[in-house]
Design a protein around this ligand. Structure first.
Ligand code: SF4
Length: 460
């Protein structure tokens, strides 16, 4: 019993978080920056933060994650980190020749109050940024927000610094994919092209965080959205932003800067959210949905119909990031399951309303919790009070799953004790089939485990 001190009685807390259901803002900023080709992310703070952020991403994606650090010492903590960042920009362009450096801050540099805009313009004035190269930034103190808001801030920074309008419109649609896996970004591209849409996807971590093993070390993997393409974002016809928490700020910044009309959708996870995504693409291209996409949808519907008896009325607890939770909740309702506890540590507007929309009137007893005290301890307490049949969330859910003996599906970020999540999409119809299969497998495994010998069936 690893969590033996968790009690079933929930006491309202106002100033204590126990095992947060989120992580640091810079981790999201770093992940977004890795979705730009030839980008070297840079952490403006102390080395410990940077090491933690890199290692968390490496443990999830099983890929090396590079980033510079301003390597604050006691001196920088007192006098500010301007000198360190100027030196870092000089060194990184000289030694690693990136197209772009994406600076994010940490708690320490934010507390000091370093003005990154001013430092970057000083670097430009002093000729430390070579011609044709770029330095961008996002403010990402971790005492507010979460890794998702950090991702959102860096996407906004990418747009603000890079997107331009030339007056020559391009027959392209920007897709801001939200915080999804590299495999998901690849799947979104496949579907957009199949629907006759020429997508400009950024950030795009496919072929960066799931780069194939070629036997040759590439400091900058071949993937990532090229800076030139991102610059053209201002000339694209429209923007599809997937996941309001992660992508809306970038889409609105582009709308404001370049007057590119945007539409914000929930992440296309599950049947209905994918329908809306495909429909949005269809409106943009004016083409009919190709038969093979209709077939993929049909296979997902068939799978749901075949397996519905095992999903029906199962009580589910889920935790993680808002955009994933909203679409996942809707999908679970489609499966006729009952998402009863939904917990995110990421703050932000409209989460509860979005979840209520996804639930409809199907699970009136659902408890939705968000913010600093919506942590893993609280989720465990809720489960102790009234149990669930299934737990869905990142790796950290394994402790609750073990202590309460609940079937557990790993989904979200970070997953550091399994592989596969970065290689197989969970978005769109194919991703829905994978999710349904994962859920069904743990339910059937539990049924087999608990079955007495005379009821231990070979067939479902
Ligand atoms: S919480 Fe702040 S100080 Fe701690 S690792 Fe994250 S960014 Fe660094």
């Amino acid at each position: 019993m690893l969590l033996r001190h968790t009690t079933a009685d929930v006491m309202e807390r106002s100033a204590l978080t126990i095992n947060p259901a989120k992580t640091c803002q810079p981790i999201g900023a770093l992940y977004a920056a890795l979705g730009v080709h030839n980008c070297l992310p840079h952490s403006h703070g102390s080395q410990g933060c940077c090491a933690y952020h890199r290692s968390t991403l490496t443990r999830h994606y099983k890929e090396p994650v590079m980033a510079g650090s301003s390597s604050f010492t006691e001196g920088s903590a007192v006098f500010g980190g301007q000198a360190n960042l100027l030196q870092a920009i000089t060194n990184m362009f000289a030694m690693y020749n990136p197209d772009i450096i994406a600076v994010h801050t940490t708690c320490l540099s934010e507390t000091i109050g370093d003005d990154i805009v001013q430092i970057i313009s000083k670097a430009r004035e002093e000729g430390k940024v070579p011609p044709g190269k770029h330095v961008i930034h996002a403010n990402t103190p971790s005492y507010i927000g979460s890794h998702v808001t950090g991702f959102s801030s860096m996407v906004k920074g990418i747009v603000t610094y890079l997107a331009e309008t030339t007056g020559r419109k391009r027959n392209q649609v920007n897709i801001i994919p939200g915080w999804v896996e590299p495999s998901d970004m690849r799947e979104l591209r496949r579907l957009a092209r199949a629907m006759g849409v020429n997508p400009n996807i950024f950030p795009d971590t496919s072929d960066v965080m799931d780069a194939p093993q070629t036997g040759t070390h590439e400091f900058y993997p071949r993937g990532g959205a090229p800076v030139e393409e991102i610059r053209h974002a201002g000339d694209c016809r429209s923007t599809l932003a997937l996941g309001p928490t992660a992508s809306e700020a970038g889409a609105l910044a582009l709308e404001e800067k370049c007057q590119v009309r945007s539409e914000v959708l929930e992440l296309p996870i599950g049947l209905l959210a994918t329908d809306r995504f495909i429909n949005a693409l269809r409106h943009r291209s004016g083409v009919r949905v190709p038969g093979f996409i209709t077939d993929e949808r049909g296979r997902l519907v068939d799978m749901i119909a075949d397996m519905h008896q095992y999903f029906y009325r199962k009580r589910v607890a889920l935790f993680g990031d808002p955009d994933q939770l909203v679409s996942l909740t809707e999908f679970l309702v489609t499966l006729d399951m009952r998402p009863v506890y939904i917990v995110t540590g990421t703050p932000g507007k409209r989460f509860e309303a979005r979840i209520r929309d996804a639930l409809g009137d199907s699970v009136p007893e659902a408890q939705i919790r968000q913010g600093a005290q919506a942590d893993m301890f609280l989720l465990h307490q809720m489960i102790k009070k009234e149990g669930v049949d299934l737990l869905i969330g990142n790796t950290y859910g394994k402790y609750i799953a073990r202590d309460e003996d609940i079937p557990f599906v790993r989904f979200g970020f970070p997953i550091i004790d399994r592989v596969g999540h970065s290689y197989f999409p969970t978005v769109a119809y194919m991703g829905g089939m994978r999710l349904a299969e994962k859920i069904l497998s743990v339910i059937m495994d539990r049924q087999d485990r608990n079955a007495p010998e005379e009821a231990f069936e070979l067939a479902m």
